[in-house]
Design a protein around this ligand. Structure first.
Ligand code: BGC
Length: 885
C-alpha cells in the first residue's frame, strides 16, 4: 500500500518564498490522503543550499538529508545550517509510516514531496544601495507630481544566470525593468511604523534582465509615508517630507555578479501622476508620460539628479505576510446613464459587490486633454452615489487622454465601493470598466454553507468584509478617511479571520508593528496600529479594553489555528506588558473602573451621534476583558513552559473574576442585565459555578426573546452572544437570534441588500436611507465575528488542540436548517464537517459526514450518538432525528 507525497510549506510564506527574513525557516507538510492505519513515525528532509559566489558561479553550501523520528509535521525546526543572505534552499520531505498502512518501500518510506524553495533576503550589511529621491524642487503639495526615477546599467557577459531585485521605499513604489513591470505586488512596501521597520520585497527578475544595456525605472508616490492620512482632514508628512526608493539589483552572469543600487547615477523627473493619494484617488495625465522612460537608450539628460536620503539600514526587514495584489476582477452587473453626486452627466456602474479595489478602464481614442473621471461609493441614495460616508476621502480617479485610447488603472490608491460613476467618457457607448479587487494576497482556507440562502449570504458578506479590510494591515474600513489598524476590530474578528483565510503571515507581521508601537508608548497598546496622530479624540496613551487586548487575543487566535508556538514566544512580552499595564490601572480592588472606555462600542441603541452610548457599563466590559486577557497570558505561559507566569496570571484572572462578580453580578446591578454583560460573564467564564452560568444563560435568552429576537450587542458582545447561549443550553435562543429577520439583526442587514458587514447594525435604516451618524460604514468586519460560531457550532468544526491536531466534529443543528457544512484547511490538511437531515419512510435521520486530515484525530460528538474518536479519512455518523429523548 502506498501513500501520497507530502505537500511542503515554509513558514507562512507562499511558494516560492523569496527574500525571507528567517535564517532557519520552519517547515510544515501535510498528506492529502493515506491508508487507514498510516501513522508518521519519522520524517526525512533533504535540502540543497546554494548561493552565488560573486564570480558568476553558484556554489553549493550544503547538500544533506536528515531523518527525525516522531510525528511532528507542523513548523518543525530547520535541519541545516542557518541560511546566509542570498542563500537559496530547495527542500523536500518524505515520511515513514510506522502504522499498519505500509510504506512505499520496504522500510515504510513514502514518496518525496515536490521541492519547496526558500531564499533568504538581504541583511543590513548587504545593502550598498542608497535611498534616492527626486532631486528637483517638487513645488507646492497641491501641484506636486509623483516622481519617476530611472537608471541605465550594463550587464556584462553573455548569459544572465539569475537576477534579483530587492525593493522598498519611503512612500509607495512600483518598479519596471526594460519597459516591463516587475512582479504584480501593489502598495509596496505596505504600512509599518517605518522608523522601526521597513519591509523589503524581493523579486526574481532573471527573465527581465539581459546581457548588455538595461534600465530600471520606478514609479514613486506619497502613500502612507507623506500622503494625507488620518482624521479631520488628515496629516501630511507623517514619516518624512521626502519620498525615495531603495532598490538593489543583483545580477549573476557568466562574467560575474553585478550589483546596481540607488546611487548618484539615478535620474529623476516629475511623472504623469499629477495626483496620487490613498484616500483621494489618482490622476494620470497620459500627455506627461515619457515614452520608453524605463527602457535602455532613453535620453534622460533633461532629467534631474537624485538626492540621497539617509536611511538606518537596521530597520530593513523581510515581510512575514503576502503583499497586496489584485486577486480578481468584478465585471459590472449594470451600467446605466445617470447623473453623478454633483449632478454631473455620466454613467452609473454597479459592480454588485461592495469591496476594496480600483477601476480599470479601456478608453477609446478621443481628443487630447479629454478627462475621464471615476468616483466611487458603497451605496446609492436617490439613484446616485452617496459620498457623505466617505467623509474627506475624495475617492476620485481621473485619466487625461493624449489623443490615443488606452487601458488604465490607478497605481497607488484603493477605494471601498460597490458603485462607480464615470463622467467624461468619450463616445456614445457605455464605459468599458471592470473593478480590480485588491487586498493582501492570502490563501482562502475556510468555507461554510447551509440550507438557508440568507445565512449563506451573511457568511459571504463576512468573507467580503475580510477581503476588503485585509489591505496590508487589518483595517476598520476600506472607504472613508480612516482605514486604520483598529485593534478592537481585529480583536473581535481574529478567530473568524483565522478560519477563513491564511492570515497568519499578515497578522504576525502586523503584531510586530503592534509590539513596536506599544514599546514606544510605554506599554499602552494604541487603539490603532500603526499609530498616527488621532485628531481630537485619540491619544497614543489611552488604554482601552477590547482594543488593547488585541495584544493577547490576536496571538491566541492565531496560535489556536496554526499551532505556531514561535509566534506566541515572540508576542509574549507584548501580551504580558499589556496585562501588567491594565492590572496596574485596576489596582488592588481588581476592577478596571477608571478612564475613558469604548465599552460595547456601537451597540444598536447607540444613537447616530454618540456611538459610545451603549447599554452595558463600559467599565464592566473593561474588567471582564482584564480577566480574559490575564487568562490568555496564563495559557500562553503554560504553552511556553513558564510555570511561574502561568500560576501568577491564572491567579490574577481569578481575582479579577471574583471582583467582577462582587461588583456587577452579586450586586444585581441593572447595567449588568444586558445581552453583552451576560455574554461576557458566560463566555469569559466569570461566574461561579454551573448554576450561575445556567441562570445567566436563561436570563440572556429571556432578554433576546423579550427583544423580539433582535441583537443588543456591539463590538464587545457580538462575537460572544450566540456562544453564550449555546454554552448554557439555549441553542434554541441562539438560532432564534441568528436567523431572525427582525431589525437589528444579521439577516436584517442581508434583507436590506448588504453585500458586506456593516459598521453599525443600522448603517442603513429600515426605510433605506443611510444612518446620519459619522460612524457609518458599510464595510467593517467586527459584527461578522458571528461566523466563527457558524463554523464551530452550526457546522460543528472546532479545534481542540492548537492547529487542529485534535478537533471536534460537533454540529448542533437547529433553527430549522436542514443541512450545513464547513471546511477548513488546517496545518494538517483539509478538515470538513457536513450534516444533513434526511427524510426517510421510517422517520428523519441526521447524517454527519466528516473528513479528518492525516495526522489528526477528531472527537465526534453528534447529539443522540455515543461520542467517538476517529482517525484520518472520511466517516459518517447517522442518528434518528430529532434525537430520541
Ligand atoms: C473605527 C472603528 C474603531 C472605532 C473605535 C472607528 O472610527 O472605524 O472600527 O474601532 O473607531 O472608536
Amino acid at each position: 500500500m502506498t501513500f501520497p507525497a507530502p505537500v511542503l510549506r515554509v513558514e507562512h510564506h507562499a511558494q516560492p518564498a523569496l527574500g525571507v527574513g528567517e535564517d532557519r525557516p520552519r517547515l510544515s507538510w501535510h498528506l492529502d490522503a493515506a491508508p487507514a492505519g498510516y501513522r508518521q513515525g519519522a520524517y526525512e528532509i533533504a535540502w540543497r543550499t546554494t548561493a552565488p559566489d560573486g564570480s558568476g558561479q553558484v556554489r553549493t553550501l550544503e547538500d544533506a538529508t536528515a531523518v527525525v523520528d516522531g510525528d511532528a509535521q507542523v513548523l518543525v525546526p530547520w535541519p541545516g545550517v542557518p541560511l546566509a543572505p542570498r542563500a537559496r534552499a530547495e527542500v523536500r520531505v518524505r515520511t515513514r509510516d510506522d502504522g499498519a498502512g505500509g510504506g512505499a518501500d520496504d522500510a515504510g518510506w513514502g514518496p518525496w514531496s515536490e521541492p519547496a524553495v526558500v531564499e533568504r533576503g538581504l541583511t543590513a550589511a548587504d545593502w550598498t544601495a542608497e535611498l534616492v529621491g527626486p532631486g528637483y524642487d517638487e513645488g507646492p503639495v497641491e501641484t506636486r507630481r509623483a516622481p519617476l526615477l530611472r537608471r541605465g546599467f550594463d550587464v556584462p557577459g553573455s548569459e544572465v544566470r539569475s537576477a534579483r531585485l530587492h525593493l522598498t521605499a519611503h512612500g509607495l513604489v512600483e518598479a519596471e525593468l526594460n519597459g516591463r513591470r516587475v512582479g504584480r505586488d501593489e502598495l509596496v512596501p505596505g504600512w509599518t511604523p517605518y522608523d522601526d521597520r521597513l519591509r523589503v520585497y524581493a523579486y526574481d527578475i532573471t527573465d527581465l534582465v539581459r546581457p548588455g544595456a538595461n534600465a530600471v525605472g520606478t514609479w514613486l508616490a506619497d502613500g502612507w509615508f507623506r500622503g494625507r492620512y488620518g482624521f479631520e482632514g488628515g496629516h501630511r508628512d507623517l514619516y518624512g517630507t521626502h519620498v525615495g526608493v531603495l532598490a538593489q539589483l543583483e545580477v549573476v552572469t557568466d562574467a560575474g555578479t553585478v550589483v546596481v543600487g540607488g546611487d548618484a547615477a539615478w535620474r529623476s523627473a516629475p511623472g504623469p501622476l499629477t495626483r496620487a493619494s490613498l484616500y483621494d484617488g489618482e490622476t494620470f495625465d497620459a500627455r506627461l508620460l515619457p515614452a520608453g522612460w524605463s527602457e535602455p537608450g532613453f535620453d534622460d539628460a533633461a532629467w534631474s539628479p537624485v538626492v540621497v536620503h539617509p536611511l538606518d539600514r537596521s530597520v530593513l526587514a523581510a515581510p512575514d505576510g503576502p503583499p497586496v495584489r489584485c486577486t480578481g476582477e468584478l465585471a459590472p452587473v449594470s451600467v446605466t446613464r445617470a447623473p453623478g453626486p454633483d449632478g454631473e452627466d455620466g454613467w452609473l456602474v454597479d459592480f454588485g459587490q461592495n469591496h476594496s479595489g480600483r477601476p480599470r478602464l479601456t478608453v477609446p481614442a478621443a481628443p487630447t486633454g479629454t478627462v475621464v473621471r471615476v468616483r466611487h461609493a458603497e451605496v446609492l441614495q436617490d439613484g446616485t452615489l452617496y459620498t457623505r460616508t466617505l467623509r474627506e476621502a475624495a475617492a476620485t480617479d481621473e485619466v487625461v487622454l493624449d489623443g490615443a485610447g488606452l487601458t488604465w488603472e490607478p497605481r497607488f490608491t484603493v477605494h471601498g465601493y460597490r458603485y462607480a460613476h464615470v463622467s467624461g467618457w468619450p463616445g456614445a457607448d457605455a464605459p468599458a470598466i471592470v473593478s480590480r479587487v485588491l487586498h493582501s494576497d492570502m490563501a482562502r482556507t475556510g468555507w461554510f454553507a447551509s440550507s438557508d440562502p440568507a445565512l449563506d449570504r451573511l457568511h459571504e458578506n463576512v468573507v467580503w468584509s475580510l477581503r476588503s479590510n485585509f489591505v496590508d494591515i487589518p483595517t476598520d474600513c476600506p472607504q472613508r478617511d480612516e482605514r486604520l489598524g483598529w485593534t478592537g476590530d481585529i480583536q473581535a474578528f481574529g478567530p473568524t479571520a483565522a478560519f477563513l483565510y491564511d492570515v497568519h503571515g499578515m497578522l504576525a507581521d502586523w503584531l510586530r508593528s503592534l509590539s513596536a508601537e506599544q514599546r514606544r508608548f510605554g506599554g499602552t497598546v494604541p487603539v490603532y496600529v500603526p499609530w498616527i496622530p488621532g485628531g481630537t479624540y485619540w491619544q497614543p496613551t489611552q488604554d482601552i479594553a477590547g482594543w488593547g487586548d488585541a495584544a493577547t487575543l490576536v496571538p491566541e487566535a492565531l496560535h489556536r489555528d496554526s499551532a505556531d508556538v514561535g509566534l506566541l514566544e515572540r508576542q509574549y512580552a507584548s501580551a504580558v506588558t499589556w496585562v501588567d499595564k491594565v492590572a496596574g490601572l485596576a489596582g488592588p480592588d481588581r476592577l478596571w473602573d477608571t478612564g475613558m472606555q469604548l465599552g460595547d462600542w456601537l451597540d444598536p441603541t447607540a444613537p447616530p451621534e454618540d456611538p459610545l452610548r451603549a447599554q452595558t457599563d463600559p467599565h464592566l466590559v473593561a474588567t471582564a476583558y482584564l480577566a480574559r486577557s490575564a487568562r490568555a497570558v496564563a495559557d500562553m505561559a503554560r504553552t511556553l513552559g513558564r510555570a511561574d507566569d502561568a500560576a501568577r496570571y491564572g491567579d490574577l484572572a481569578e481575582e479579577v473574576a471574583a471582583a467582577y462578580r462582587k461588583r456587577y453580578v452579586d450586586s444585581g446591578d441593572a447595567m449588568h442585565d444586558t445581552q453583552t454583560a451576560h455574554a461576557l460573564s458566560i463566555v469569559f467564564d466569570l461566574l461561579d459555578g454551573d448554576d450561575a452560568r445556567r441562570r445567566a444563560g436563561e436570563r440572556l435568552a429571556a432578554l433576546v426573546r423579550d427583544g423580539g429576537n433582535t441583537v443588543g450587542t456591539g463590538f464587545a458582545g457580538t462575537p460572544l452572544v450566540t456562544d453564550a447561549l449555546s454554552a448554557t443550553g439555549r441553542l434554541d435562543a441562539a438560532y432564534a437570534l441568528l436567523l431572525s429577520h427582525a431589525s437589528p439583526s444579521w439577516l436584517a442587514m442581508v434583507d436590506l441588500g448588504a453585500t458586506t458587514i456593516w459598521e453599525r447594525w443600522d448603517s442603513m435604516l429600515t426605510d433605506g436611507t443611510v444612518n446620519p451618524g459619522e460612524m457609518t460604514s458599510f464595510n467593517h468586519y467586527a459584527l461578522g465575528s458571528v461566523a466563527d460560531w457558524l463554523h464551530r457550532m452550526v457546522a460543528g468544526l472546532a479545534p481542540l488542540e492548537p492547529g487542529y491536531r485534535t478537533f471536534r466534529v460537533a454540529p448542533r443543528p437547529g433553527g430549522g436548517l436542514t443541512h450545513a457544512s464547513a471546511r477548513h484547511v488546517t496545518p494538517y490538511g483539509t478538515a470538513e464537517v457536513a450534516w444533513r437531515v434526511e427524510d426517510r419512510a421510517d422517520g428523519a435521520e441526521l447524517v454527519v459526514r466528516c473528513v479528518v486530515p492525516v495526522g489528526t484525530t477528531a472527537e465526534v460528538d453528534v447529539p443522540g450518538a455515543p461520542r467517538s474518536v476517529v482517525g484520518h479519512g472520511e466517516s459518517v455518523t447517522r442518528v434518528p432525528w430529532p434525537p430520541l429523548a
